[in-house]
Design a protein around this ligand. Structure first.
Ligand SMILES: Nc1ncnc2c1ncn2[C@@H]1O[C@H](COP(=O)(O)OP(=O)(O)OP(=O)(O)O)[C@@H](O)[C@H]1O
Ligand SMILES: [Mg+2]
Length: 245
């Protein structure tokens, strides 16, 4: 379980998240929703240690407080993130981008080809996201949805204990969203992986998640099971931004 206690986070001089307190259950899927610019990506960056809160604390079962460098390092080894902007290297193939998910397992100066066992794992991860047939195509020549799926495969190949996804399904068509959702659910059920997904498709979030955290104006506006996040609550949260879903 990840525990956030009165966490507040700034981006530059802007206070983005205020006084966030919640628990992220282990071995479950938590969806983070809310209007654009509310701080969802900021919350994810705080959870994977890229941003540090200026107030409050994050602690993780078995690892301790993220403020300690050794805890942060141990935590990061078990974590994989699917970034909102995919963060792929354009000149590398889909396969080589996925293999970068394992880069911290190799010597940083290693010039040797990737071992077959790792290439097999990368092929398997690409197959899971329906992209095995595009494995030799450079990232620069992939569509937006394909790039996004390479980003997901690069996270899956790490076999993480904690999977963080920033709108990992945003540009992916519905049949594939279902397939990728099934794969993530399988990791949760089979391996007990903890998953936190920022999602803008509320319907998909409600189907996939065990818990929903909705943010409004940088604060928690809803925290509970998807069944409790009804139309009225959704409207309250999204109406201020003029965006409904
Ligand atoms: N690097 C940065 N420096 C300064 N401010 C930033 C930075 N990144 C984001 N912000 C600001 O922080 C606020 C929250 O941004 P964040 O990216 O967390 O929102 P979001 O909920 O993920 O939005 P979206 O749904 O559009 O992805 C916004 O007002 C944004 O302009
Ligand atoms: Mg975002």
């Amino acid at each position: 379980m990840i525990k956030l206690a009165q966490v507040s986070v700034r981006r530059g001089s802007l206070a983005v998240l205020h006084d966030i307190s919640t628990d992220i259950p282990q071995g479950k899927i938590t969806a983070v929703v809310g209007p654009s610019g509310v701080g969802k990506s900021t919350l994810l960056a705080t959870l994977n240690g890229l941003l540090r809160p200026y107030a409050g604390q994050i602690s993780i079962n078995g690892v301790g407080s993220l403020e300690k460098p050794a805890s942060l390092q141990a935590f990061r080894r078990r974590t994989a993130t699917v970034f909102q902007e995919h963060a792929l290297i354009d000149r590398l193939t889909a396969m080589d981008n996925v293999l970068l998910g394992l880069a911290d397992l190799r010597h940083p100066l290693s010039l040797l080809p990737w071992p077959p066992a790792m290439r097999y794992r990368a092929a398997k991860a690409l197959e899971d996201v329906g992209l095995l047939h595009r494995c030799d195509v450079r990232a620069a020549n992939l569509s937006g949805g394909e790039r996004q799926r390479v980003g997901v495969a690069r996270a899956l190949i790490r076999k993480p204990r904690l999977l963080l996804g920033d709108e990992p399904f945003a540009a992916v068509d519905p049949a594939l969203v279902q397939q990728m959702g099934d794969i993530i659910r399988q990791m949760v059920v089979r391996d007990g992986v903890t998953v936190i997904l920022v999602m803008h498709q509320i319907d998909t979030a409600l189907l996939l998640a065990d818990k929903v955290i909705a943010l409004a104006a940088g604060r928690i506006a809803f925290d509970g099971p998807p069944t409790g996040f009804n139309q009225q609550k959704q409207q309250q949260i999204f109406q201020s931004s003029g965006l409904l879903h």
